[in-house]
Design a protein around this ligand. Structure first.
Ligand code: SF4
Length: 408
């Protein structure tokens, strides 16, 4: 592809909220007839939506910014997202082509001014691709202040998108072939009217086939929410049978040190209620190992709890110190111990994921076809339980719903 001075490429790090926000920037730029490049190397304007949730995420962002700034076609690297809020000076010092713009709404104006100085006019070559599973941002910000987390400082107080706007957006997506809307937020359950009320409106006023939640805190998993997973007659519920609920630790002592808002018993009670409402629901989670002060016994309790619950999927994170958080003042553990614990837990969660997959063998699964690989003769997609599976391709098309079972 020829490089034009005004072609842009957006690179996104981090969570689904960042993905949605990048999509919004993309929509604004394409609405202003700017050209979307196929790869970063083809673009002169690079926009990097950053994540600062761990020190490792910060390191990756810096490395990528340096690399992108050195590419021959790069005129400017615009940095936005959480790192832009917290690390403006440090990032701009990395390279003179780097420009930090924390307010995403100002990016398109900046690019337009920049492009005008190049004397470019923008051909309209951007065609939006139809997407089958689409994240929809409904909430931003968090006021929980978990002791290890920088997000409340980067994102600020909770805000909610109006339910009128969400319903309109989801209906527009449904009309263009989207089958699954993934409601995303930083602390989704803090949605102003509550997620169940929002789901009722989506159910009544849109034609979307199914909805998934990106992540939800244990205290927000209510019976009203779980009711949306249940079959109505022979029709599956609006809400996919999958909830991502961050556990973080299986030790009450560490949970309280982390300023999490629940005990191990509270978490177990939530799991029990989900399984009563929907026995085959997939529950996924995040666990942090090596939080300062985590003793051998605290870790053993975490390992045992994880084994007992049997998560369908779990992300194991090694504790990462973030400057500015309460936990940054605490003495870190020996990294070798943390590494060993992370490996031990990873082995457990890998076994549990296989166990969950086994438990779904021979049962009917419903998958939305998202992609077709003609060379391999396969289709791939996501089931209601968030299993990413591949099947033989016959005559299906993206967006089709297929029902099948994997052999026992
Ligand atoms: S709930 Fe805790 S971990 Fe999640 S964003 Fe808020 S402060 Fe961070």
């Amino acid at each position: 592809m020829a490089v034009t001075a005004a072609s842009y490429f957006i690179k996104t790090f981090g969570c689904k909220v960042n993905q949605v926000e990048s999509d919004e920037v993309h929509a604004t730029l394409s609405g202003r007839r700017m050209v979307s490049a196929a790869t970063a190397a083809d673009a002169s304007i690079l926009i990097v939506n950053t994540c600062t949730v761990t020190a490792e995420a910060d390191r990756k962002v810096r490395k990528e910014l340096r690399r992108l700034a050195r590419q021959p076609n790069t005129s400017v690297v615009i940095v936005t997202g959480c790192s832009a809020v917290l690390l403006k000076e440090q990032l701009e010092e990395l390279d003179q082509k780097i420009k930090v713009i924390a307010d995403r709404d100002k990016i398109s104006d900046y690019i337009f001014q920049l492009a005008e100085t190049y004397g470019e006019h923008f051909p309209s070559s951007f065609a939006d691709t139809k997407r089958i599973r689409v994240p929809v941002k409904v909430q931003d910000g968090c006021e929980d202040f978990c002791s290890y987390c920088i997000v409340p400082f980067a994102r600020g107080a909770c805000t909610s998108i109006s339910s009128d706007d969400i319903v309109a957006r989801i209906q527009a997506l449904a009309e263009t072939g989207t089958k699954e809307a993934v409601l995303t937020g930083i602390n989704l359950g803090n949605y102003e009217s509550g997620i169940p009320v929002l789901l009722s409106r989506i159910q009544r006023e849109t034609d979307i086939y199914r909805v998934r939640l990106s992540s939800i805190e244990p205290r927000h998993v209510t019976d009203e929410l779980l009711a949306f997973m249940k079959f109505a007659g022979d029709k599956p519920g609006l809400l996919c049978e999958h909830l991502h609920i961050p556990l973080q630790s299986g030790s009450d002592y560490i949970l309280s040190e982390m300023n999490r808002k629940y005990s191990v018993d509270d978490f177990c009670a939530v799991v029990k209620r989900i399984r009563e409402a929907c026995p085959h629901a997939a529950i996924s989670t995040d666990v942090i190992v090596g939080y300062p002060g985590e003793g051998e016994d605290d870790f053993r309790q975490t390992l045992e709890l994880v084994r007992e619950i049997g998560f369908a999927k779990a992300h194991v994170f090694r504790y990462s110190r973030r400057e500015g958080t309460a936990a940054a003042l605490l003495e870190p553990l020996d990294p070798h111990i943390v590494k060993w614990r992370a490996q031990a837990l990873q082995e457990q969660v890998d076994m549990d994921a296989l166990r969950y997959l086994e438990s779904r063998k021979g049962k009917e699964l419903e998958m939305v076809v998202e992609a077709i690989n003609k060379d391999a003769g396969t289709i791939s997609g996501t089931t209601r339980e968030y299993l990413r599976l591949t099947r033989p391709h016959t005559n299906q098309r993206p967006g089709d719903l297929i029902n099948f079972s994997i052999l026992a």
